[in-house]
Ligand binder design. Sequence first.
Ligand SMILES: Nc1nc2c(ncn2[C@@H]2O[C@H](COP(=O)(O)OP(=O)(O)OP(=O)(O)O)[C@@H](O)[C@H]2O)c(=O)[nH]1
Length: 340
Amino acid sequence: MKNIKEVSILTGFLGSGKTTLVNAIISGRAKTRFAIIENEIGEESIDAELLIKGDDNIVELNNGCLCCTLNDNLYDILNQLWLRKSSWDQLLIEATGIADPANIARPFLTNESVQESFQLKRVICVVDAELIEDQLKETEVAIQQIAFSDVILLNKSEKVSSAYLRELQAILKTLNPFAEILVALENDFKIDILFNRERFANFYSNPKPFLTPKGMFNLIPAESEAIPQFGLGSAHRQHQHSGIETILLRYPENMNIEAIQHRMMVFLLTQSIGVYRIKGILFNANYPERVILQTVGKGMSVSKGHPWLEGDKKENKIVIIGKRLSLYGFDRMFRSCLEA
Ligand SMILES: Nc1nc2c(ncn2[C@@H]2O[C@H](COP(=O)(O)OP(=O)(O)OP(=O)(O)O)[C@@H](O)[C@H]2O)c(=O)[nH]1
């Protein structure tokens, strides 16, 4: 009998906690070998570096959204993963924070040849309890993510009161009465409960194939969208999606970690409107590990990442995601924190 692989899609707005959940899944289901598709909107992968283990079956898909420009690539990747199906058990897809999960799920729901090999078991939406109300007001995609999911994981619940948490649950119920809402407290995800949840198999009635059959999973040639790029030395603007854009900055010099923390704190307090997410892998020769800088909304965290190994390209890599971003302003700010 053909071995059908289970698929889980993780969605949720920028910074809600998807990568943290992927790590919790990897360690919480240690007996399951996961193939993981990591999609990031920036050209450079940062999330893959934040995963707790390196694995041959981690596929990074950068500089575009699986839900739109990279959707064709999904077929390629499914083909590749299927060819080495004996090396993994289940597939996890971490969408970008601005993806519409319906578009990622479509091949699994409508394409018969994909369905013969892959079964979409659940779409999990990670929701930031502290920020979701603002996100729902600002971006339609936050609503789409909640509306399409089978399970809503109300994350960072320790940051809000229990009365507000109940209010939020009521709001989420109105956006998606069919989904089950689970509450996660301080990264304490109940992974087994999550993986017991399965979508209603017949929820989408009478799906129709939407692609011309070709190749193993109806592979169609990728028609990649032109991506606007503006050069500025090592800094450039990369990709636009739903009015949300990404800037990538790279610097080979030592970053002064104290200086950047201070600078970021002031920035978040005074100027951060329209900046949804900053993720940085920071380099300083005095630190044996990568320093991970993250901001979500006005919150910031700085933590240790993987150690630098010989042969690693030692540099600072910072991704900023938001609307109407000032490339020159960010470049100036980060340059001012480099050690002379
Ligand atoms: N306080 C608190 N922080 C959390 C929790 N879960 C995640 N975080 C923090 O939130 C930040 C973003 O988490 P990620 O897991 O990277 O979020 P993400 O959804 O993968 O982010 P994007 O890939 O940029 O969309 C990190 O600094 C995490 O440490 C939680 O339950 N409580």
